[in-house]
Each structure stands twice: as C-alpha cells, then as structure tokens.
Design a protein around this ligand. Structure first.
Ligand SMILES: Nc1ncnc2c1ncn2[C@@H]1O[C@H](COP(=O)(O)OP(=O)(O)O)[C@@H](O)[C@H]1O
Ligand SMILES: N[C@@H](CC(=O)OP(=O)(O)O)C(=O)O
Length: 502
C-alpha cells in the first residue's frame, strides 16, 4: 500500500499525499487502511488526499512519512499546525468600529478555526478614494486638504481607531501619505491607472491595520499583511490585474512559514497585488477581495473558503431590484462563475477560478446574520430537481447587430467577424445568429459598468463595415437565467409563457 502513495508535502494542517491512479476512488479509507485510525483524511481532491495532522498521533504521522516520503522532502510534523480556513469580510462587514467588533466576535465564535482573514476597505472607502483622485486632478494643490472625500476617509478611520481604543499610529503614516499622493495628482493634473491603483490601496492597507491592532488589543494575536508584500504577483494590467501562478507557492511559504515561527491570525489586504514587471501596486478589479480569498485558499490547500457578505448568501436575484429574493443553498463553481460574470455583484467574476482549480468549497455567509446557512459552492451538486437557480441583470452593455446577405450558405463569415474582435483584443459575451445576421454583446472588461471607450467602438464598427452592415446599440442590458442546462426547454417554455404579461 505504501508504494501507492507519495508524500506531496505539508500545507497548513494537512499532510498531502498523492494516490496512484486507480486507487483514489477508495479515497479516505486509504488513510485508515494504511496508517491506522488516528489519521483522518479530511480532504480529497483529484488524486490527492489530505490528512489532518492535528488529529493524528505523532507516531502515526511519522509512520506515514516513513512509508511514503520521497528522498528530497524534509517534513517536520510534530506540533506543526497552521491555518484552517480563509474568512473574507467585505466593505459592508467592516464599515465601522461597531462592525469590526462584531466581525472579531464572529471570528472568535469559531474557536476550532485558525483563520486567514481577508479584509476589504471600510464601507465605501474605495469609491471615495476614486472620487478624491478625480477631484484632485482639477482642484489645485492648495485645495486638496479640503476635498470632501478625503475629509470623510480621514474622519472615518480616525474615529474607528478611537472607538476601538487602538493606537492611532497604526494608520497615521498612511493618512499622511494619502494626502501627499493626492497633492501629487493635483500637481501633475493627471491620474493614471497605475496611480489610481496605488491610491485605492490605502483603503485595504488601513482597514487591515486597524483590525489587526484591535484583535491584538483584545488579546488575540494577529499579524497584518499587505498582499503586495507577501507574494501576490500579478500582471501589469492596472485596475484589472490577473494573479500569476507564482503567487501560490510564494504566499503559502510566507504565511505558513510565519505561522510556524510565530503563530498569529493573519489579516491580509484583499484586492491588491504587485505588478510582475513594474513592481507597482495593482488591483484585481472591483470586488477583487473575493479573489484574494480564493487564491489564498488555493495557495494553502485549505479545506474551506468563507466569504462573508451583508446578505444571506447568493440570492435568486439582486435584492436591490427584488427585495424578496431568496438565498440559493447550493451552487456549482460554474453556476457561481456565470452568475458573477453576468452581473451578480455578490461575487467577483474571477473568484471561482482558484477554488475550482483546487476544488475547495466556498461558503457565502452573512456577517449580519451568521446563523443563516448561506450558500455552499462546490464542484458538483444534485441537479435532479434544479430548474432555474437565479436571474441576473448586467447593465450598460454594448451590442452589435451585424447583417450580411453574404452569410447565406457561405462558410468563413463568422470566422472573419471574430478575427476582427481578436485583432482588436475585445472579448465577446453573448452571441445569437440567424441566416443573415449575428448579434453580439461586448465585454467591456472585468470592471463592472465600464463602457468600452468610443474610440475602441468606432474602430470595431469601421472594421466590421468592410464586410457587413453594422448597427451599434449602447446602454442595453443582458438578463441571464442561470439554470440547469438539461432543462433549458422547460425554462424557456415558462419564460415565454409569462413574458407577454410582464
Ligand atoms: N444575486 C445576488 N445575490 C446576493 N447579493 C446580490 C446579488 N446581486 C446583487 N447583490 C448585491 O451584492 C451585495 C454584496 O456584494 P458586495 O457589496 O460585493 O459585498 P461585500 O462588500 O461584502 O463583499 C449585496 O448587498 C447585494 O445588494
Ligand atoms: N474595496 C474593493 C475590493 C472589494 O472586494 O471590496 P468589497 O469586498 O467590499 O466588494 C472594492 O470596493 O472594489
């Protein structure tokens, strides 16, 4: 049996063992059969089994190593335990001192967990920072100190520090630097995307420092981390950067290593990264803290990623449109990704990717109502009764109708159309075709509600008009029905039946 297993290393509390092909269908039993009952396999994904070493006797663990370790891996197991889950709290969850206290209480209500906590900026701080930046461009250096949004941010953070009884020095340097930066923007009369990312990073840098200081004050050992200092390496696409693969081992090494030398709850800035080429601070697109959380989950191979919101999970539709929207108890990664991509602002569109790649369940919970079961997002779920899961609205969509009689019975027309989009680097969202026309919507970017700039659109239309008649429609919306594809006929039947009465 031992030869069928190969030790992969230790991730967090888990001793990861890969199981030879064909054997992994026996899954957790392998732990029991090969190593005895005290070793309990808690996580199984792909051909890997993770044994929770907190529950296993040292002798049994050594036995696992002795039987399975490969020459180059040095593993020390005894006493080696680290994080058990990621808990992400968004802006609404940490909007005030009161909310931060509640979040601290919530974290401590799970004494069995040793979480990595990912935080967003307090409340609407990111929006305010963006507005302050825009105002700084034209207000003149001498007026920067009185920009309303800057005053609001200063007041909110200083008040929070005061109400939590932590030392104001934790954010003093950041507030000073923030004002300097806005003065710099005012002097240059310019706000580049790169500067914009640096500007908004102050939100997460301050919320995490305040929260970590508060935990330490109440006797819970916590350590603050800026994501851009611990290995979050991204592309240089400012305002919309992608996380690069090098991030995962780097983040795991740093967080796990720190825990081993000096255990403390980790408080990490969401949303931020470091550009691979320029080394400047980047952001992962609006709502990007969800992605930070799932990336950390993947890096450390943790058993669960929790995303705490201000609603009872993913809902059947946007509660701002229909207040009676109900929580969806289970979703697959694919459903959640579609839902997010097509406009449900509850999750970042890219956030499911790391969770899906490492098959780690994501739980969406309500920090205002922790008892609510929330939504559990996993690789697969029982679809036998699923019909329609949710309805999603995506606004500010740009649509193109491309009509050509040359399409009739011809091959290669659609290939020509799509090659134009490829050349111009624009991705397409939704496509519908008939014999003589193709209608499609354009994906502006990962940034919600950003319209393609007019120049880009003119260029697309100009190119397409060489082969067809083009009609450009702006400010449209996409309504998506996320449901069981096996039952799409039933869904359409119901929609079309009710549609005339809406
Ligand atoms: N289908 C949906 N399910 C749940 N929330 C939704 C949905 N569509 C839109 N929302 C909105 O998303 C908000 C939560 O997302 P977000 O503001 O990013 O949370 P946080 O700041 O806590 O990360 C909710 O308050 C709700 O108004
Ligand atoms: N603060 C960033 C990142 C983020 O994820 O925020 P939230 O979790 O509050 O959506 C934003 O507003 O986009």
């Amino acid at each position: 049996m031992a030869s069928a297993l190969q030790l992969q290393g230790v991730q967090g509390n888990y001793l990861c063992v890969s199981v030879r092909r064909g054997l992994h269908h026996c899954k957790p039993q392998i732990g029991f059969a090969a190593f005895g009952a005290p070793v309990c396999a808690r996580r199984v994904w792909g051909n890997r089994v993770a044994f929770n070493v907190t529950t296993c006797k040292a002798s049994t663990t050594s036995d696992v190593i002795e039987k399975s370790v490969t020459e180059n891996r040095v593993v020390s197991i005894e006493g080696e335990t680290s994080f058990t889950c990621v808990m992400k709290f968004g802006g609404s969850s940490v909007a005030s001192a009161e909310r931060m206290k509640e979040v601290a209480t919530l974290i401590l209500s799970f004494p069995e967990e040793r979480p990595i906590v990912v935080l967003s900026a307090m409340g609407k701080t990111t929006n305010k920072l963006l507005l302050a930046g825009e105002k700084a461009v034209s207000c003149g250096v001498t007026n920067v100190s009185s920009i309303e949004e800057l005053c609001f941010i200063k007041d909110l953070h200083l008040r929070t520090v005061d109400q939590l009884g932590v030392d104001g020095s934790v954010i003093a340097k950041h507030l000073e630097e923030l004002e300097q930066l806005l003065k710099g923007i005012a002097m240059m009369k310019e706000l580049t995307k790169r500067t914009q990312d640096y500007l908004v990073s102050f939100g997460e840098c301050m919320s995490t420092r305040i929260f970590a200081a508060y935990l330490n004050k109440i006797g819970v050992k916590a350590r603050q981390y800026d994501a851009f200092e611990i290995g979050f390496i991204t592309t240089d696409d400012f305002t919309n950067a992608d996380i690069l693969e090098a991030t995962y081992p780097a983040v795991a090494k740093r967080l796990h290593g720190d825990w081993l030398s000096d255990p403390a709850i980790a408080i990490v800035t969401g949303f931020l990264g470091k550009a691979q080429k320029s080394c400047a601070v980047t952001t992962l697109g609006r709502g990007g803290s969800d992605l930070t959380a799932t990336a950390i989950g993947k890096a450390l191979g943790l058993p669960e990623i929790q995303v705490w919101k201000d609603v009872d999970g993913v809902l059947t539709c946007d509660p701002n449109i229909y207040p009676k929207a109900e929580p969806v108890p289970y979703l697959t990664f694919d459903e959640a990704a579609e839902l997010a991509y097509f406009g449900a602002q509850v999750l970042h569109p890219q956030s499911m990717r790391p969770a899906r790649e490492s098959d780690i369940p994501v739980r969406v919970k309500n920090s205002y109502n922790p008892k609510a079961p929330g939504t559990l997002i996993t690789k697969a779920r029982d679809m036998s009764k699923a019909v329609l899961t949710s309805i999603v609205l995506k606004r500010n969509v740009t649509m193109l109708d491309i009509v050509s009689t040359r399409m009739l019975g011809q091959y290669g027309f659609l290939a020509k159309v799509f090659s134009i989009f490829e050349e111009l680097g624009i991705s397409v969202d939704v496509v519908a075709t008939s014999e003589v026309s193709v209608s499609l919507t354009l994906d502006p970017s990962k940034l919600w509600s950003r319209e393609l700039i007019q120049q880009e659109l003119d260029h697309v239309v100009e190119e397409l008009e060489k082969i067809a008649v083009v009609n450009l429609l702006q400010n449209r919306s996409i309504i998506s029905l996320i449901g069981n594809v096996q039952r799409s006929s039933l869904i359409l039947e119901k929609v079309l039946y009710y549609a005339p009465f809406i």
